[in-house]
Design a protein. Structure first.
Length: 121
């Protein structure tokens, strides 16, 4: 997906200022060397807009970005040695492991948040 700034704003219903804040806080970025956004930026803007209905602003979402960056670092520590291996198919195995760990980390995050919220009731 390649979407312009104007299309991103129109599609997600966010304002120009809201998009600027998402970019400022590192939540989304334009594709490297271009002036367009990708599917991840579109999804992030949509979710951020939905969270804004509860009073969460992009500055509040920085905590999510920080947590994601830590998870990314942990996954990279595990998959990079696989990727550097000289064995045939190492790149594919590394990508598969990263994809699987991403899915598992999302599941774990969801359970931890849900559990934490239910224990406060």
């Amino acid at each position: 997906v390649r979407i312009s700034r104007k299309e991103l704003i129109k599609t997600t219903g966010i304002t120009d200022a809201f998009l600027d804040q998402l970019i400022e806080y590192g939540l989304i970025k334009q594709k490297s060397g271009t002036r367009v956004f990708d599917a991840d930026a579109l999804m992030t803007a949509q979710v951020a807009n939905e969270l804004a209905a509860y009073g969460l602003e992009p500055r509040h979402l920085k905590a999510f970005k920080t947590a994601a960056d830590r998870e990314i670092g942990l996954v990279k520590q595990i998959v990079e040695p696989i990727r550097r291996s000289r064995e045939p198919g190492a790149e594919g195995r590394a990508n598969a492991a990263a994809d699987e760990m991403a899915v598992l980390s999302i599941r774990l995050h969801s359970v931890l948040v849900r559990s934490g919220l239910s224990s406060n009731n």
